[in-house]
Write a new protein. Sequence first.
Length: 231
Amino acid sequence: MSGKAAFDYTGKNVFVVGGTSGINLGIAEAFAAAGARVAVASRKQEKVDAAVAKLGAGALGYAYDVRNYEDVAAGFAAFEEAAGKIDVLVSGAAGNFPAPAVGLSPNGFKSVVDIDLIGTFHVMRAVHSHMARPGAIINISAPQAVQAMPFQIHVCAAKAGVDMITKCLAIEWGSEGLRVNSVIPGPIDGTEGMERLAPGEKMRAAVVKSVPMQRMGTPDDVAEVCLFLGS
Ligand code: NAP
Ligand code: COA
């Protein structure tokens, strides 16, 4: 049986930050298929509009950059006014490109930390008062959080911080009925992240070989974990 059929999110509100493409859009689609009202947010209005159209009736969208705290907070306030409290919040906005440490400008390092790490804090800080209790928060992390990698110093530093945000908030907010978890996907096929980190057939084959199952994951694999953690 598919994991999607195992969970019923009818009447629940799910907000996916960075939910307009790739893995996060797959997560948003899975929650919508399980009956939830879903909202997505990201920088580009055209991506937001396309995702909302794909997610179907009742879906909502907000165009903002997670680096701007006021915009993030305004998005959650607008959502609560339109649809009520948020039952499940997924935070997955991120930026990545491969670059050797000495080839990375201070602003290049800062840009990824601003999006992935500070952006995650912005989302957590702003969503707290808009969450239902009980509620679930899921941060989309990455293997870089726990595994050092060449050309990924910026992402490793940022995602390790994201996982610490998850752990700190799980402790601070658990007693008020908010469960906070990170999900760490492996390499996921057909995504912007993998296009950037393993372009071309040769690199793709090397990545596949490094996975015990000898295949990359799919957005559905990650979505089903999120359906479980949100339940
Ligand atoms: P993606 O399609 O590029 O998804 C990133 C999303 O974040 C997009 O919706 C993007 O939309 C949004 N975004 C980027 N910068 C933003 C900003 N400053 N403010 C608001 N939204 C922003 O990439 P993906 O590969 O599917 O990755 C999704 C998540 O999975 C990321 O957190 C990534 O670290 C994680 N991950 C990916 C892999 C993989 O194999 N791909 C593996 C492990 C973990 P806009 O461009 O419209 O802003
Ligand atoms: N190698 C080295 N440095 C790079 C780079 C690369 N491939 N791409 C960007 N940078 C540097 C830029 O040179 C700039 O630094 P500078 O001002 O010192 O020149 C800095 O990063 C910011 O670049 P900019 O393009 O202005 O940032 P942005 O805020 O418009 O975009 C990024 C953020 C760079 C993370 C961009 O790649 C992005 O929007 N990514 C989202 C999609 C994505 O990465 N998906 C995969 C998720 S895992």
